[in-house]
Design a protein around this ligand. Structure first.
Ligand code: FAD
Length: 416
């Protein structure tokens, strides 16, 4: 392999943002190569998709493949707190676009997207790790270690950093900034749930929805229950580091105790078999000084990551991929592009919408809205749109002014 190589666009990482961006670029005959540190399939957290990401998959020509992928159908989100239950049906939403999606083990899902990108002609170099970057030169250049440990350099017109939690450019270029959100920890595992149709019906449990449980004694702690096919599901708990101090060090033991503390989950999991694999991830909320310059852009989690509560991560990752690819297409067509105005600012519209509702979730204003019993159907559709991932649709007033609208709505719900 040449020690000094050249291409138009180098993409770091073959997760959803990298695969989607590469496919859109390839459709416009822009040469790109993906450098991926792992081999696929590999585990990743982030298993519940939002319908809005199906729109990005259409642009990447991956929609059909995902529809045929045999994943668990999803049409909404259910919420439980003590004896309260509510749900949002994503087909009942204000914005145009798909109203259903899937819940996916990320190993096979990310591999499917990467394979689709390869079928469209994108070269993916697995086990190639980016170790250094030089963006001071005329053309940015990466230092890469290949699968046998040999180092080489690759120069490009533009770099897309889709490295997720690897956060390659933010780390190497010292772009990282503290997140405004307090540190939280997520503890998770996969379970053979043994939830029979009879039990599901008895307990009013809908497998076509993600269920978010609020801890009965602590409103800032929540659980996800993400069903997959074949009777498996993902379960996780998110709370402050202090909250977990009172639970066993053994992650599976802690998760078993926590699931028994939630009355509905306790019944639902009466025959569940926990697997031995568990994970713990903390300090995942992250921010950066800027999202793009004239020679690189940060996609998905390599840029900003907020919080998992509304399953927005993959949707933001794919939307950023779509927006960056479209901006690059204009650049390669000879147009003058302003990355701040044409990429970073439009992307932040959706990120900031989610941020308002995430903050509202933890200070309980949005929980009051979610569990409000006499919801106005038109308002509910607008909230459903955001929960379905249509957080860039500024014709929705709850997107156009999320903070102001949420404040008013929460007050109305609190006062009945
Ligand atoms: P990734 O999917 O992380 O892919 C990045 C790729 O880059 C990886 O394959 C990695 O191997 C590669 N890479 C890293 N470093 C290098 C390097 N140096 N060189 C080469 N390659 C490299 N999102 C949802 O949508 N739904 C959810 O239900 C959800 N739940 C979550 C729960 C928790 C607890 C957390 C923390 C997050 C959750 N997320 C969820 C967010 C989701 O995990 C991410 O937003 C999503 O995976 C981002 O995709 P990506 O393409 O940006 O990066």
């Amino acid at each position: 392999m040449e020690r000094m190589q050249r291409t138009s666009v180098v993409i770091i990482g073959a997760g959803p943002s990298g695969s989607v961006a590469s496919a859109i670029l390839k459709q416009h005959d822009i040469d790109c190569v993906i450098l991926e540190r792992s081999t696929f399939p590999r585990f990743s957290i982030g298993e519940s998709l939002l319908p809005a990401c199906m729109e990005s998959l259409k642009k990447a020509n991956m929609f059909e493949a995902v529809n045929q992928g045999g994943f668990q159908f999803k049409n909404g989100a259910a919420f439980r707190y003590q004896n309260q239950y509510t749900h949002f049906d994503f087909t009942q939403k204000y914005s145009d676009g798909e109203g259903t999606t899937f819940q996916v083990p990320r190993g096979p899902f990310d591999k499917l997207l990467a394979d689709e990108a390869q079928k469209q002609g994108v070269p993916i170099r697995y086990q190639h790790t980016v170790t250094q970057v030089d963006v001071e030169r005329d053309k940015p250049c990466l230092t890469v270690t290949d699968e046998v440990g040999v180092e080489y350099h690759i120069e490009a017109d533009f770099i897309l950093d889709a490295s997720g939690y690897g956060r390659v450019l933010p780390r190497l270029l010292h772009l990282e900034q503290p997140s405004g959100l307090p540190p939280r920890i997520a503890l998770f595992t996969h379970v053979t749930d043994n939830i029979t149709p009879e039990l599901a019906s008895e307990l009013n449990y809908d497998r076509n929805k993600i269920t978010i449980y609020v801890h009965p004694d602590n409103q800032s702690v929540w659980y996800w229950l993400i069903p997959f096919t074949h009777g498996r599901c993902s379960v996780g708990v998110v709370g402050s580091p202090e909250f977990f101090e009172d639970y066993p060090q053994d992650e599976i033991a802690a998760l078993k105790q926590l699931t028994r503390e939630e009355p509905h989950l306790k019944l639902l999991f009466r025959d569940a078999e926990f697997c031995h694999m568990s994970g713990k991830i903390g300090g995942y909320s992250a921010n950066v000084k800027h999202l793009a310059t004239d020679n690189y852009a940060l996609l998905g989690n390599a840029g900003e990551f907020l919080d998992p509560v509304f399953s927005s991560g993959v949707t933001i990752a794919m939307k950023s991929a779509e927006m960056a690819a479209e901006t690059l297409i204009r650049k390669f067509n000879g147009e003058q592009v302003d990355w701040q105005k044409e990429y970073a600012e439009p992307l932040m519209v959706g990120v900031n919408t989610f941020r308002a509702y995430v903050e509202g979730w933890y200070d309980s204003r949005f929980q009051d809205v979610v569990f409000y019993e006499n919801a106005n159907p038109e308002i509910k559709k607008k909230i459903s749109s955001i929960l379905a991932g249509y957080a860039w649709d500024t014709t929705n007033p709850y997107v156009a002014s999320p903070e102001k609208r949420l404040k008013t709505l929460a007050e109305l719900c609190r006062n009945g």
